[in-house]
Design a protein around this ligand. Structure first.
Ligand code: NAD
Length: 279
């Protein structure tokens, strides 16, 4: 079992550190979530990525409290949904999320999508800045923002998001956006780090896995860690929860990293952030 102390942390602005590895609970049914998060905590996970839109914030909060561990041991992220964008509604949405989580603050609050057709992400960002100042979110960031959206919120408010959570996996490596993040001092969070399983049969990845005596999922997650990404793969299977966190006892060589770099296809599994507003 990996202990949480083995998981590296990355510093965010404001003297906050985020565990580089956690659990994502997108598409985990509310009735499954308490058990899923409990199993993850038992396996050493302390960082949980949820969202108002996932419908399971209440269960994440219950599982955290049921662990008996101090709240300060956890890093909890949730997100403001597109319908809640706008200064007043985003302010209300965070309070609703905190009510559902039964927590006084989240560690990270994100704008879930830019939804540019609504043109409300700048005023939403202002609401997040104030929420952070009020202590309701220790850190604030965005998700699915393209370079133009990032530059606009920074130019108009002077506040840089701590993170941008984007689709990122070996088939969509996002080199340009990662460079932009590095230039701006934004930490990259990789959503669908395993491309929902799509990359796990890739021959380059399975052959590296065989070399290390590791699984394809472990190779892909290790690749993210070495790139400096924050990851939170989803799994409701206890064995896979243990498998996925067990990536801190080996390293990939420069040649193996180059082999994975070569499988990039620029292929999304999810929506185009410039277009997406609602499913
Ligand atoms: P993922 O890449 O984590 O894939 C999860 C799926 O991969 C599982 O359902 C399972 O089928 C498979 N899997 C997991 N571990 C495995 C293993 N060891 N061996 C074989 N198969 C395995 O995809 P995801 O759930 O879409 O993304 C992870 C998290 O990212 C989400 O739970 C959510 O927290 C976040 N997310 C955010 C956004 C956003 O817009 N911000 C969008 C999607 C996901």
């Amino acid at each position: 079992m990996a202990s949480s102390t083995e998981i590296p942390s990355i510093a965010l602005a404001g003297d906050i550190s985020i565990p580089q590895f956690g659990l994502g609970v997108f598409q985990v049914a509310p009735e499954e979530t308490i058990e899923n998060v409990r199993h993850a905590i038992e396996a050493g996970y302390r960082h949980i990525d949820t969202a108002e839109a996932y419908g399971n914030e209440a269960q994440v909060g219950q599982a955290v409290r049921a662990s008996g561990l101090d709240r300060s041991e956890f890093f909890i992220t949730t997100k403001c949904w597109n319908d809640d964008q706008g200064y007043d509604s985003a302010t209300r949405a965070l309070k609703t999320s905190l009510g559902q989580l039964e927590m006084e603050h989240v560690d990270l609050y994100l704008i879930h999508w830019p939804a540019p057709s609504q043109d409300r992400y700048v005023e939403t960002w202002r609401a997040l800045i104030e929420a952070q100042q009020a202590g309701l979110a220790r850190a604030i960031g965005v998700s699915n923002f393209q370079p133009a959206h990032l530059r606009r919120i920074i130019d108009e408010t002077g506040v840089t998001p701590a993170v941008n959570q984007i689709e990122l996996h070996p088939y969509l490596q996002q080199a340009g956006l990662r460079r932009e993040h590095a230039d701006l001092g934004i930490v990259t969070q990789a959503w669908s780090p395993l491309a929902q399983g799509l990359v796990l049969d890739d021959p380059a990845i399975t052959s590296i896995a065989a070399e290390h005596g590791k699984t394809a999922a472990q190779i892909v997650l290790r690749w993210h860690i070495e790139l400096g990404n924050v990851v939170f793969p989803k799994s409701v299977t206890v064995e896979r929860l243990h498998e996925n966190i067990d990536v801190f006892d080996f390293e990939l060589s420069a040649d193996e990293l180059a082999q994975i770099e070569a499988v990039d296809r620029g292929e999304r599994t999810g929506p185009d952030p410039d277009e997406f507003t609602r499913p």
